[in-house]
Ligand binder design. Sequence first.
Ligand SMILES: Nc1ncnc2c1ncn2[C@@H]1O[C@H](COP(=O)(O)OP(=O)(O)O)[C@@H](O)[C@H]1O
Ligand SMILES: [Mg+2]
Length: 282
Amino acid sequence: MQLESVQGASDALAAQGYLADRQLAMAVHLAAVLEQPLLLEGEAGVGKTEVARALAAATGARLIRLQCHEGIDLHHAVYDWDYARQLLALRAAEGGVDEGELFSRRFLLRRPLLDAVEADPELPVVLLIDEIDRADDEFEAFLLEFLSDFAVTIPELGTIAARRRPIVLLTSNRTRELHDALKRRCLYHWIDYPSPERERQIVAARLPGVPEEIATRVVAAVARLREHGDLYKLPGVGETIVWARALLALGDEASLEETLGVALKVHEDVLRVLERGVLEGV
Ligand SMILES: Nc1ncnc2c1ncn2[C@@H]1O[C@H](COP(=O)(O)OP(=O)(O)O)[C@@H](O)[C@H]1O
Ligand SMILES: [Mg+2]
């Protein structure tokens, strides 16, 4: 299979337009052969989520995504009961339904983790647990348990174990540190901003036919903004791509300064960059 070598993993991702450096390709390769979850950390916009998408597409796997958020719990992540339909069933039967029937699969709503556990073992799955740093401690503790046995317990139905382990990617923007226990369970890779050379290649891969001078200029501008340091929010690779598209669409008349809103989304950041002439000479 493609993921059985580092080069294979790298090629598979590249075929989906995702350019991974060797360390990332190695991490993906190891996650596949060791069947261990891979935790990807990095600033927003460095391509963490996209790894999962590219990996699923490359391997013909189904991508199951759990987007974490504040307050996420089992009802969002694993299963819930379809209360509205239960109520209808109760009414229709005028009270003559027994509880076992109400809490049967007929009324079960499958959320991403149960979906992954019950997936057909013939069809590969990539499970993406995205932005886990947004979830709270309790949910992280639950995940730790989930990742160790790939099973979920529904009191009314019993324990359901996965028949095949999916490839699991977790991402974190590192808005907080994750627990050691969870990290120990995972392989770990930090995704950095790409080098200018690599970022030009990414722009070319994502926007085939983009003139080289536009790619070079945008990549240099983005590098300046990132180096500038004291901005609230640094532009990610996605912003670089959109900026190149914007310049391409506007043609000759567009300047970097005028189109700064494509890359920076905090008003103070835009003002600071203009005042200090950060982009001068790019
Ligand atoms: N190495 C890469 N190769 C190709 N595209 C990339 C790469 N890194 C980032 N991108 C692009 O940048 C965008 C932002 O990536 P994303 O995965 O959403 O970032 P994150 O999840 O880290 O915030 C994506 O749309 C993707 O197309
Ligand atoms: Mg993301």
